[in-house]
Write a new protein. Structure first.
Length: 234
């Protein structure tokens, strides 16, 4: 039984609405289980999906392997673009050695907002006015449920939509299993999809994905300091 979100349409209704419009929909794809399920739901509703992945680090080896896997499973190219956090981390000098800081400061790296990022993506893909779908679900947390009640499942002002907002975890896993899709290594290593460079991710990466950890250190050389800080306080 789906989650009831007060005052909001059901996922079936949202998907039917998108299908009736007959236009391709951008999907904010993270390789996480919810975004996989959203892709499946959109396709099952007869909607053309244009998947977009916002990378945190360019060409991270294990992430590229995952993207290639999903491209093979869905038979679609996943468009890659930089995540705003990548610019924010560099602009703020996160985990950078002193000798790099003056160069980063001199570059005056601009930090785009999510809205600007998706605006540029729509323009680059010639999809102005397209909806951006995500896999956000109300059952994930009270905060997300409250956000849906307040701001809506379908946000026309920003063209954002959450087509599986009322799905439960069981619905997500059932949809993924029905397609014979395997969850990415993220869940084995991190317990969730990779979405940061703090010690929640870098510690397990150091222990289980040493080559990827070495690659990440090329961009953020001092990431081990955060790991050591966590070990000290623990």
């Amino acid at each position: 039984m789906p989650t009831i979100i007060k005052g909001q349409p059901t996922s079936k209704e949202v998907l039917a609405q998108l299908a009736d419009e007959g236009k391709p929909v951008l999907l904010s794809f993270s390789c996480g289980k919810d975004s996989i399920a959203a892709w499946i739901a959109l396709e099952d509703a007869g909607i053309e999906v244009v998947p977009v992945f916002l990378w945190l680090v360019p060409e991270m080896p294990f992430v590229e392997k995952e993207l290639s896997y999903f491209e093979g499973k869905f038979g679609k190219k996943i468009h890659r673009y930089p995540h705003p956090s990548f610019y924010r981390w560099l602009a703020a000098g996160i985990d950078q050695p002193p000798e790099r800081l003056r160069y980063l400061e001199a570059m005056r790296i601009p930090v785009p907002t999510y809205e600007q990022t998706w605006g540029l993506i729509r323009e680059d893909l010639d999809m102005k006015g397209a909806w951006v779908a995500d896999g956000v679900r109300a059952a994930d947390s009270i905060v997300r449920r409250a956000s849906f009640v307040r701001h809506g499942v379908v946000k026309r002002s920003s063209l954002k939509v959450s087509p599986i907002a009322d799905w439960l975890k069981g619905d997500v896993l059932e949809a993924i299993e029905s397609r014979g899709i395997e969850l990415p290594i993220d869940y084995e290593v991190f317990g969730r999809s990779f979405d940061g460079i703090d010690r929640r991710f870098t510690g397990p990466m150091r222990d289980h994905l040493p080559e990827d950890f070495a690659y990440l250190k090329r961009w953020f050389p001092l990431i081990e300091a955060d790991i050591k800080r966590g070990e000290f306080y623990a």
